[in-house]
Design a binder for this molecule. Structure first.
Ligand code: XXG
Ligand code: FE2
Length: 363
């Protein structure tokens, strides 16, 4: 497979947004109880082995496919493109990169039309589509919206061994970086890239990959996130809370991370910011800034750095992992952020110039 920076590429498809994810789950009934009964996603259609779900502001057929299978994994990450001709562009673009490309005029999933599926340069099962069945948009159906209405799919987060080469490929595909995490030696630990005018459609987290770190659904307000935590407590399902609730440094969003019965991670996310101006400034965080991942300085639990879902190739086999050779974020911040600074060294901290470290016993 060619490096995106090493070949002259044809014009990329015009990607509008990240629109759907297909997850393989080992117990469809248990997954339904989590994604529908607890989180409140709307069932567009369901059968014995597959459920198509959507969010309340969505008008195309689905934002999430749960398909029962033997191994929990991510089977597709789907982006909507602007026009049908973008599928021809997608075929040519990924063929020029030497990727495995398949196209189905009737789609790979119910409710989507002509679709191109690719084993992309990062090893992820990428799906590009335009035509999609329109279904009822339930944005005003407040009588059906529960504790924390999930209103749209916001982004995916992908674990990759080398973030800079992932950034180069995605920039060739038309994405733009909005934020990243680096160290003084220029190692990049994570990056956030967008097509839609918010912080990201896709984030790259450095680690052994390809793996899907999470899919994120947006809710409207931060109080919906805390209300979901209260609901999980009442349901005695607080064990599915992995990280948060909290306020991110990167993205400035309010967040909560949950794990579904198969361990697939989902983020409930709200209130990031506009990035649609052509001169939107990139925000770069120091990996030792303890407020980068949680603005209040709360530590990141180790499993958030180490665990993620495997991904499938176009034949349905689990992709083998490529090892990350650069430093790992959890390593360089000594455990789960317990010893990074809150005030930059020699910075303008308002407390006797001290760098500021967490007190007490940290994770
Ligand atoms: O969506 C996100 C926004 C910010 C962060 S971070 O933990 O603040 O870096 C993680 C995240 O990628 O899930
Ligand atoms: Fe996220």
């Amino acid at each position: 497979m060619a490096e995106a920076s090493a070949v002259v590429l044809p014009p990329p498809p015009d990607i509008v947004r990240c629109a759907s994810v297909e997850l393989v789950v080992t117990d469809l009934a248990a997954a339904r109880r989590f994604w529908v009964d607890v989180l409140g996603l709307v069932v567009t259609s369901e059968s014995d082995d597959v459920i198509h779900l959507r969010t309340f502001e969505e008008f195309i057929h689905h934002n999430l496919v749960l398909r029962e299978g033997p191994v929990a994994a991510a089977a597709a990450i789907s982006y909507r493109v602007r026009e049908p001709a973008d599928l021809d562009r997608a075929e040519a673009f990924f063929a020029a990169l030497g990727c495995r490309v398949e196209r189905r005029p009737d789609g790979f999933a119910e409710g989507f039309g002509d679709t191109v599926r690719v084993e992309d340069p990062l090893g992820f099962p990428l799906e590009l589509f335009h035509d999609a069945e329109h279904v009822e948009r339930l944005a005003w159906a407040y009588d059906r919206q529960g504790t924390a209405p999930l209103v749209r799919l916001d982004h995916v987060n992908q674990v990759v061994p080398h973030v800079p080469s992932g950034r180069t490929y995605l920039e060739a595909l038309g994405f733009r970086v909005t934020e990243d995490i680096q160290d003084a030696d220029g190692v990049t630990y994570a990056a956030w890239l967008r097509r839609k005018p918010t912080v990201h459609d896709v984030a790259l987290t450095g680690g052994d990959g390809p793996r899907l770190h999470h899919v994120a659904f947006a809710t409207r307000e931060s109080h919906h996130v805390t209300a979901l935590c209260d609901r999980l407590g009442a349901l005695r399902r607080s064990d599915c809370i992995e990280r948060g609730p909290g306020r991110h440094g990167v993205s400035n969003a309010f967040y909560l991370y949950l794990r579904d019965p198969d361990g697939h991670r989902v983020e409930i996310y709200t209130q990031d910011y506009w990035t649609g101006d052509p001169d939107n400034p990139v925000v770069t965080w120091d990996v030792h800034d303890n407020q980068r991942r949680d603005w209040w300085g709360n530590p990141v639990v180790p499993s958030w750095y180490t665990e993620a879902s495997p991904v499938l190739d176009l034949s349905g086999s689990v992709r083998p992992l490529v090892t990350r050779h650069e430093a790992g974020e959890m390593d360089v911040t000594i455990g789960a952020d317990g010893f990074s600074y809150t005030r930059p060294p020699g910075g303008s901290g308002d407390v006797d110039g001290a760098e500021g470290f967490k007190l007490g016993t940290q994770l």
